[in-house]
Design a binder for this molecule. Structure first.
Ligand code: NAP
Length: 244
């Protein structure tokens, strides 16, 4: 049984991924920070189905909390075989209005967290000569999003980290890949008006928005044992919004 840690597993894309991994027989660790109730009820739902699931609280923007989270997981089951760096925040603001605090919070939560988690996960993966790391970037990290410069910069950083780490770990049996979702209906996009959503649909070749399950299926695919020859890649899950 593989141990899968999903950061930000309490809702949205992370929760959808937790359900898929658990259903295929993996043991899932559902990390959350603020949404304790949602994490607990997801965990209970999975356990009732006979799946192995546990919740684990940590603020991914805090290096010490990440260290503690991995220590607890190592004591429970040895280590993490599959790491999904999914936790993230969004903020829409004019670049000239961004404060130092906005910038630092975004970079810490969406980029430094990926560094902290990969660094904590790797020693066990290297010892096992097996590991799967899937980082959740965004299409805005590929093409840049207006009024989301700090978000786009952090997500572009995630793609750069993914490529470089994939090269470094190539011989260790560890793959490192990204998914880059387009517009997905979750709490993160709740603030968009129906008009905004319709306009985004119009811009998308498939004429649709994505679901958390669309992204979760791509994550599970990249995490598969048989996906060993795919590394350093960014898989767009965006209905054709970005084609590269
Ligand atoms: P969501 O429903 O708002 O979920 C965000 C998740 O991140 C929550 O589980 C939240 O957990 C967690 N999180 C936020 N800050 C955290 C922290 N400091 N420590 C630990 N967990 C934290 O949004 P989503 O759409 O599923 O987003 C998941 C990922 O997909 C994000 O990285 C996002 O940037 C990316 N993405 C989303 C879209 C989209 O259109 N929705 C598009 C491209 C990329 P708590 O609530 O427990 O704190």
């Amino acid at each position: 049984m593989r141990n899968v840690l999903i950061t930000g597993g309490s809702k949205g894309i992370g929760a959808a991924a937790a359900r898929l991994f658990a259903c295929q027989g993996d043991r899932v660790f559902i990390n959350y920070c603020h949404s304790e109730q949602q994490a607990f009820s997801l965990c209970e739902e999975l356990q009732k189905q006979g799946c192995q699931a546990e919740t684990i609280r940590a603020d991914v923007s805090d290096s010490a909390e990440i260290h503690n989270m991995f220590t607890v997981i190592e004591q429970t089951c040895g280590g993490v075989d599959v790491l999904v760096n999914n936790a993230g925040i969004a903020q829409t603001k004019l670049f000239t209005d961004l404060t130092d605090d906005d910038w630092e919070r975004m970079i810490r939560t969406n980029l430094s967290s990926v560094f902290y988690c990969c660094r904590a996960a790797l020693p066990y993966m290297i010892r096992q000569k097996f590991g799967r790391i899937i980082n959740v970037s965004s299409m805005w990290g590929q093409i840049g999003g207006s009024c989301e410069v700090h978000y786009s910069a952090a997500k572009a950083g995630v793609i750069g980290l993914t490529k470089a780490l994939a090269m470094e770990e190539g011989l260790s049996g560890i793959t490192v890949n990204c998914v880059a979702p387009g517009v997905i209906r979750t709490d993160m996009t709740k603030h968009l008006t129906e008009d905004d959503l319709l306009a985004l649909c119009d811009e998308t070749p498939t004429g649709t928005l994505g679901t958390p399950e669309d992204v979760a299926r791509a994550i599970v695919f990249l995490a598969a044992d048989r996906s060993a020859f795919i590394t350093g890649q960014t898989l767009g899950v965006n209905g054709g919004f970005v084609v590269s």
